[in-house]
Design a protein around this ligand. Structure first.
Ligand code: AMP
Length: 412
């Protein structure tokens, strides 16, 4: 199928051509006709599938078909709600590219930056608002935002919204939206809580699921290194030096680990920056910008800070720690090997992570190939037997502390 078959307005077709898109991705091919047919949509899709265009294009098309009255100030016709500032900024950029040959006007609002420019944009009037929940509620409370004319509501990365505790905010926002609207619910995973939320938002939705295609992405070369936890930093440096040139996104489970790893890499002569929720907004934007423009080679990130970030031509994803939710593995590695381009996904596994590895292998329905020969080798069998040995007191203390740290930091 090509974009021509979708009967899109000429300015949209032109924008897609100038973006270099030749044909729709699977989620676009399935979702765009549903949305153009005025139906609600429940889509299981993650960043990298082209989901932003899948909902942006029908919104732009509908705004072109029902243009705003030029004699009145613009009213918000579409609200796109997402969990993180980075994701909001990225959706805003993509949306503007797709709408660039139209008069459709959008604004992005999120916290951590001064409010006045956002207020000014809202006073000037926008058709499409892309927002994170906190700042949106602030501005709604201050009377800058009215949803009386809203036609579209998109909830993006819904599972992450739930993980981040946004459910009360989402409910407060939804309560202010007109009930006759078209709604889109996007989530990378569908835990029962997400299903319940989707049911409360959508009316007779059509469903699209593209997670399978991604999980079996052949273009990603996966490998697994068994390693003792204290050797992980040295192994990371080894892996990066072994494959010079390419950029790498390194995932850690905690914010403090992200900072420590990035420092070690810089000390080893590998330019790296970290990105996580404790960093001020300007530092996060800089770290991301430096990485995208290849000023730094490595970005070390927590899942939440990195979720939704789209970096084209990412050579390598490194799981410094395995995610404790197996589907997160697929989300992480899906950042590389985009659009059939080659990419590699390297994972480190220490003795405490064996259960996570089993879950991931089960989900993949295959075992991640193990790198059998490296300088920091830890055989899986040895680790199992080590795990069974009753730990001495100091070791137990370390385990306890690290598990508390994970617990404390996972919520951010
Ligand atoms: P998303 O999943 O929306 O974050 O999109 C991931 C990446 O895919 C973005 O860099 C888009 O520019 C790109 N993309 C989206 N749709 C297409 C398409 N039809 N052809 C090629 N690239 C695309």
């Amino acid at each position: 199928m090509s974009f021509e078959n979708l009967n899109l307005a000429e300015p949209i077709q032109r924008a897609l051509k100038s973006e270099g898109y030749t044909q729709p991705t699977p989620v676009q091919e399935q979702a765009i006709p549903i949305l153009l047919d005025h139906k609600d949509l429940l889509a299981c899709a993650q960043t990298g599938t082209g989901k932003t265009a899948a909902f942006s294009i029908p919104i732009i098309q509908s705004l072109l078909e029902n243009p705003a009255d030029p004699t009145r100030s613009r009213q918000i016709k579409a609200l796109i709600l997402c969990p993180t500032r980075e994701l909001a900024a990225q959706i805003g950029q993509n949306f503007n590219s797709y709408a660039r040959f139209t008069a459709v006007r959008s604004a992005v609002i999120f916290g951590g930056v001064p409010q006045p420019p956002q207020e000014a944009a809202l006073i000037r009037g926008v058709d499409v608002l892309i927002a994170t929940p906190g700042r949106l509620l602030d501005l709604m409370g201050q009377g800058y935002i009215h949803f009386g004319n809203l036609e579209w509501f998109v909830l993006d990365e819904a599972d992450l919204m739930l993980d981040m505790g946004f459910i009360p905010d989402i409910k407060r926002i939804i309560a202010k939206l007109p009930s006759s609207r078209q709604s889109v619910f996007l989530s990378a995973t569908m835990p029962p809580e997400a299903v319940r939320l989707a049911k409360s938002i959508l009316y007779k939705p059509e469903k699209v699921d593209v997670t399978e295609q991604l999980s079996s992405a052949d273009s990603i070369n996966q490998s697994l290194y068994f390693v003792n936890n204290p050797d992980k930093r040295a192994l990371l440096i080894y892996v990066l030096k072994k494959t010079p040139g390419g950029n790498a996104l390194v995932f850690t489970n905690t914010k403090s680990a992200a900072d420590r790893i990035s420092q070690s890499l810089n000390q080893a002569g590998i330019r790296a920056e970290s990105i996580h929720g404790n960093k001020p907004q300007h530092a996060r934007i800089k770290a991301l910008g430096d990485f995208k423009s290849n000023r730094t080679r490595v970005l070390v990130a927590t899942d939440i800070a990195a979720r939704g970030i789209d970096v084209s031509n990412l050579s390598m994803v490194i799981n410094y720690e395995l995610p404790n939710v197996s589907q997160m593995y697929i989300h992480r590695i899906g950042r590389t090997g985009r659009a059939g381009a080659g990419g590699s996904a390297v994972s480190f596994c220490d003795s405490g992570e064996k259960a996570y590895l089993n879950d991931i292998n089960k989900l993949l329905a295959q075992n991640i190939p193990v790198v059998a020969d490296h300088p920091f080798m830890r055989t899986p069998d040895r680790s199992n037997s080590q795990a069974k040995i009753t730990p001495s007191l100091p070791r137990r203390t370390i385990i306890l502390r690290s598990s508390v740290a994970v617990h404390e930091e996972q919520s951010v």
